[in-house]
Write a protein that binds this ligand. Sequence first.
Ligand code: B12
Ligand code: SF4
Length: 503
Amino acid sequence: MRIHLVNPSDISFGVAVITPRWLYVLASATPEQYGAPRLVDETLERFDPDIVAPGDVVGIGIHTANAHRGYEIGRAARARGAQVVFGGVHPTLYPDEPRQHGGAHAVVRGDGDLVWGSVVDDCAAGTLRELYEGGRVEGRSFFGGRWDLLPKDGYMWASVQTVRGCPKHCSFCSVWRTDGQQPRMRSADDVVNELRDLRSRGFRFCVLADDNFYPVTLNDLAMAKRRSDPTALQELEAVRRERFELMERLADLPDDMSFFTQITMEAAEDPAFLDAMRKARIRGALVGVESVTAEGLKSIYKDFNLAGDALVDRLQIFRKHGVHVLASFIFGLPTDTASTFDATAALAQAADVTFAQFVLLQPFPGTVDFERWEKSQVSPPTIDNVPLTRHWLLPTARRPKIYMPHPSLAPEQIREYTQGVWDRFYSLPAIWKRAQCIRSMKGRLAFVLISKLYRQMYANTGIATDSARHARANRMARLLARSVRRFFVTPVRPEALAAGPRG
Ligand code: B12
Ligand code: SF4
């Protein structure tokens, strides 16, 4: 009985940007007696059903966007006589779907780290059950990845997780519902050992694939201090201490390693935390700005973010502490008007963020937004007999780009205005102005290249649909990965930190 783990993707290119962590984690969780699993990442190479023999186990991990391809693979593997098991965020939300559409014999909900071993044992014993509950594994029990199984030169950046779950409850995000609001932290030892392993394999730039690297804010601590029962405060302080301990350990790693993570903007109120990030060589972070208006933030339950001038100040603080910001904005919120797009473009430029992305609001399953939208679709329109509320069952090219009707803007207006904001933020003069924080001409030119590549890859609302565009996007991704790695490995110059962008 051979074990195969497959990460589905519509298009394969031979090289990918970030390691799909789940593949390597489940490989670690596979009991030794079954041998090393065969890993197939379809962003590198297409899955070939002929490699599967009757009785083999085929584990398929899907999120919503690649569910359609995952189901194709599941059906093909089942036709070969394999025992097919699905897991990942999407089956966690829709455990019946892989059986209906993907030829699944079994589905694992939640984390696979601890339960995968018994699933495989049951496959071997012929006692496979339809459903396994992996639950939310405690941080100390997370498995590292079996990086010895990495294909040579397959990936540009490695991904390591330090914490799962997020205490917030943004309406467009499923993380707090699937992974919980309690931060589950790995021990600093586990994280650092895994990073050392990756370094020995040549990785210098790692993505910390965390939901929210800053799970306890100063405000949380202040609120807990006001309570008569000190338990909550003690717990929060322990989490904070551990984050600092982890960053100290990262700082002790060889200084050719650097990191990128995801964080809420509240971290900007916490200079000690930002300084620790800089020392840990966390050179950049995706910050979910989402909306520049107070009404917009309120509508998505993210009013812990700031709006207007205060937002500009807050975002600028990151770079003053040596952390580049990739600011993420959402367009298509019900409160957006034509003027929101202009205001966002202006703010993104004023806030000294290094990169920005402008994504369209999408109702992802498991989110509050999705629930509301699904309820509002009493008899949803169908495409190829698939109701719009199950759009992921369609091939990518058949899926609409905008799902939720907007109270005042037509879908085409939203797309056109969004495109306009991308164009403004990534216009040559705007990029050149941002590049002034880099002293050397060579560095500035590299920054211009990175910015242009990033814009080409993600603008036009992101996801490429035909293979020519996919191929172009991937070539760019490779070039981008190489340039970004160089960019983040070079620290921001202290004088640039103090002065902010010049020119
Ligand atoms: C890192 C990350 C990325 C990286 C991915 C890099 C990579 N190559 O892996 C980048 C930045 C590229 C990315 C992109 C996107 N992402 Co993302 N991403 C994440 C993040 C933060 C962590 C994922 C991770 O590595 N986790 C660590 C591994 C170990 O955990 P895991 O994948 O969940 O796997 C565990 C279990 O699910 C289970 N499991 C998984 N597979 C299988 C299979 C089997 C057989 C079994 C038994 C168990 C099992 O066991 C594993 C171990 O416990 C998650 C948030 C999250 N909490 O999951 C979002 C998340 C997965 N992303 C999300 C989204 C929406 C996207 C984008 C669509 C964003 C966009 N608008 O473009 C794109 C889509 C990319 C694509 N190819 O289609 C959503 C998915 C929602 C959904 N319903 O599908 C999430 C949940 C975040 C959110 N805000 O809701 N993402
Ligand atoms: S969007 Fe970010 S801050 Fe909001 S719940 Fe999701 S992970 Fe947490």
